[in-house]
Design a protein around this ligand. Sequence first.
Ligand code: DON
Length: 305
Amino acid sequence: MNYQVVLDEIKDEIKDFLKKGKVADYIPALANVKKNEFAMSIIDLDLNEYHVGSYEKNFSIQSISKVFTFTLALLNYSKELYKRVGHEPSGDPFNSLIQIEHENGIPRNPFINAGAIVTTDSLLSIYKENTFDYILQFIQNITNDKTISFDNEVYTSELKHGYRNVALVNMMKSFGNIENLTNSVIQTYFKQCSISMNTQQLAKSMLFLANHGINPIKNEVLINEAKAKRINSLMLTCGHYDASGDFAYRVGLPGKSGVGGGIVAVVPKKLAICVYAPRLNKQGNSLAGTKALELFTSKTGLSIF
Ligand code: DON
């Protein structure tokens, strides 16, 4: 299949959607982007690359970082992790506080904010003050790209305005589900969200999930097959918050979004794909990005269904 032709067609057909939706501004630094920008990258398991748009332009990965920290948590923990964070869709917004109180401080899944905060806390218990460096190095290693870094302006903007996340971490601490100092947890979580990457790097970083846990870039087992399956399953059922059902219905692939405007998705046994378009739909997922992925699976037949 000629993926370059498919990407070029999508870029053409997506134009009207790039004007719809709103960029995230609850973290003010995130609003400083070119609002109608678009990029899309496909990398297959033989490492052939296909790109369209501004694929070398970095953006804030935000909640896509939750895939990396969950992977790291699964590398360090097994069943005990699931006592602290579940694996059911929440059906609530990504930053919701409601379930946390009703469900005794146990977040529904690792891809909503509360769940990712617990995951990060579980890493802090092991890696202490080196936790963020460890997360960043993990991403640099799997992509073989030491240039990947974080955006300090986005980080300080989140620190200044992240009242809901501070509320979440405190609420969970009150239920005994946070082991470390709330300040360290929130700082590490905001830093991981502030990591900057482009669609090419993000597509590379997801290849191990398209390949049963084996990273084709280094030809090494990153995580075992059973755990890779679980990460993909959670991306399918929980990767887009209260729009996860809609994403599965329209796109039919495991995927994870971030309020920076990126979405990663995986076609098992074939390829990883990443799209960037910063205007978001009501649930905080890239509006044109979701449409672009829908066009991709419709044109190629490469959904998992
Ligand atoms: O915690 C937050 O609110 C952001 N750092 C990340 C949220 C996010 O990306 C939700 N995604 N669609």
